[in-house]
Design a binder for this molecule. Structure first.
Ligand code: FAD
Length: 552
């Protein structure tokens, strides 16, 4: 593998030479600086690099270029090198281009030409992009191989874990010759999948989530035993709390079971989050939040399931499912909600083998030219319908209610109505899932007439009501009947504080029945189930943590 590449594209030869010269001066030893004089030449260079397996760290593109402008170039470049950091060069502040660039290609920075002196205007920006690229795992792990079966649930889980944590990997089917060669080399048989082979040649047979995460370079162990703030859950609420906590000087660790981003990370397009007028994909929002958390020094621990919370005097101890744990002065619980299982015969056995909970975006390519079914009537199901319609031959949205109006935002209903290959089937439920080893057919029932119909399909994505998974908090904090954690005013029954409440004040607004344990986002009783409110509660929880710490 060659040195990582910094590529600049500018149609003005003098500018192009100047950028390359300045970049070489500072980065020439560790990076290969390439320049192209048109977007087409730039893309050609990127294709060659891709074929050779060379990494690309940074792309700098001039905005005003003939034939293809800088944004269009970056958009196509992202298909080849999605993790390369991107900056747009503009000759003057061009607001429209700026907004478009943020929304279309998630550009990291702008550079206003000229950038003299580079020490002040160019290098700090490129330094930040290189740092962020290094943190994206592309630099450390560029060739993890997963060998698995198309219809094996553990194989799907391994791919999903890596994809949701933005770790690149190559997938090999155990039926292909190369897959079989890798299995043989690892001393594994076709039933031992998934087998994960690391770039340095280590093979892991059927790894646990934590083993897989560790081997691809994710942090799975806290570096300290004690922090000011322990955040449990890495969705918008947890990331919000962690960013605000760390930026305000608290030593903060965030513990996440699967992948940061939570439910929002699985959204194909969030259209109503303030500041993103053209929407932003959940993956991009999560990636940005991760970078922000890293910038402020949050320690993110991934693939650790929290299964216990023990208040020990002033210490709050959080225990992990596979042993170990971490303690802090204060805890923010931000564990969100998970989809409820679909109560239809056959679904449990076929989960991960054609029946998926949530978007399972790794499956999108497999849906090409197929008929896909989605269950649910809320925004999450609507977004998935829009997303999969771009890949599948047809998408059927199965809705139990007689219409979508009561459960889905009108902008989505309108969007769906305009997509010719999406069909909304109201009053329809899944009665049974059939298949030998993987989903092959669904029996659908009309909830009004009781009539049944069996349809062939390999893909069912389920987005039905979500519930908190808080059994592990039983007997520790007060929860409502559905398992949501009660806070602040909700804890005061007829004005009385909870029975074991030890302090001489009422619980703060986001404080649970254990002082110093705060709750933010979807897992909190009576919370608004939205990205913005989850982030807001994360920020607010930190303000209350400061107030709590101040009284000790
Ligand atoms: C597909 C989809 C699309 C959506 N679209 C929109 C939208 O367009 N606009 C909008 O406002 N809202 C949208 N929502 C809702 C929004 O995403 C949620 O309200 C928001 O993510 C809640 O954030 P949270 O941090 O409270 O919880 P979550 O996002 O649920 O995150 C909780 C995190 O905690 C982790 N966790 C749970 N238990 C443990 C444990 N024991 N140990 C360690 N980690 C744990 C989970 O793995 C998860 O990552 C959408 C939801 C979905 C599913």
């Amino acid at each position: 593998m060659g040195k990582p590449v910094l590529l600049s594209v500018d149609d003005d030869p003098a500018v192009s030479r100047a950028v390359a010269r300045d970049l070489r001066r500072r980065y020439g030893e560790e990076y290969r600086v390439l320049r192209a004089s048109s977007a087409a030449d730039g893309l050609e260079a990127l294709r060659e690099l891709k074929l050779r397996g060379d990494p690309v760290a940074v792309l700098l593109a001039d905005y005003r270029m003939p034939q293809m402008n800088g944004i269009e170039f970056l958009e196509q470049a992202m298909d080849l090198f999605p993790r390369a950091r991107r900056a747009l060069l503009t000759a003057y502040a061009d607001t429209d281009a700026a907004i478009q660039a943020i929304n279309v290609v998630d550009v990291d920075h702008y550079l206003l030409k000229p950038w003299e002196p580079p020490e002040e205007k160019l290098y700090p920006v490129v330094d930040a992009m290189i740092e962020s690229w290094k943190a994206s795992h592309d630099a450390a792990v560029d060739d993890v191989k997963i060998v698995g079966h198309r219809w094996s649930a553990p194989s799907f889980r391994a791919r999903d874990l890596l994809a949701r944590n933005a770790v690149p990997y190559r997938w090999y089917s155990a039926d292909e010759a190369e897959g079989q060669r890798l299995l043989a080399a690892a001393g594994a048989g076709p039933d031992d999948v998934p087998v994960v082979v690391t770039p340095d040649g280590r093979a892991l047979i059927e790894p646990t989530d934590a083993e897989l995460a560790a081997v691809v370079g994710l942090n799975v162990d806290p570096s300290e035993r004690f922090y000011d703030l322990v955040v449990v859950g890495g969705g918008p609420a947890g990331l919000g709390a962690a960013v605000y906590g760390a930026s305000e000087g608290l030593r903060t660790v965030l513990v996440e079971r699967e992948a940061t981003g939570g439910q929002a990370g699985q959204s194909s397009r969030i259209e109503n989050y303030l500041g993103f007028p053209d929407g932003i994909s959940g993956g991009q929002l999560a990636a940005r939040a991760r970078r922000q958390a890293a910038k402020f020094g949050v320690e993110v621990v991934t693939a650790r399931d929290v299964v216990g919370l023990d208040p020990h005097g002033p210490k709050r101890v959080v225990r992990f499912g596979d042993g170990g744990g971490v303690a802090g002065h204060a805890v923010v619980l931000a564990t969100g909600v998970s989809y409820r299982s679909l109560d239809a015969r056959g679904c449990d056995e076929l989960t991960g083998r054609g029946v998926y909970y949530g978007s399972a975006m790794t499956e999108a390519a497999e849906c090409a030219d197929r008929d896909v079914y989605i269950v649910g009537g809320a925004n999450s199901a609507g977004q998935a319908a829009v997303y999969f319609a771009a890949y599948a031959r047809s998408v059927s949205l199965l809705v139990r209610a007689p219409s979508l109006e009561a459960s889905m935002s009108s902008y989505l209903i309108e969007q769906i109505a305009e997509i010719p290959n999406v069909r909304v089937r109201t009053c329809t439920v899944v009665a049974e899932a059939h298949g030998d080893g993987h989903l092959e057919r669904l029996t659908l029932r009309n909830a009004r007439t009781g009539e049944s119909e069996t349809v062939p399909t390999n893909h069912l994505f389920v987005f039905i009501g979500a519930a908190p998974r808080t059994d592990w908090l039983d007997g520790v904090v007060v929860r409502d009947q559905r398992g949501f954690v009660c806070t602040g005013p909700n804890l005061l029954a007829d004005g009385e504080r909870p029975p074991d409440w030890p302090l001489d004040r009422d619980p703060f607004f986001l404080e649970s029945s254990v002082p110093g344990v705060f709750v933010a986002g979807d897992v909190r009783a009576e919370s608004v189930k939205r990205v913005a409110s989850a982030v807001g509660e994360g920020a607010m929880a930190v303000m209350l943590v400061h107030r709590y710490l101040g009284e000790r």
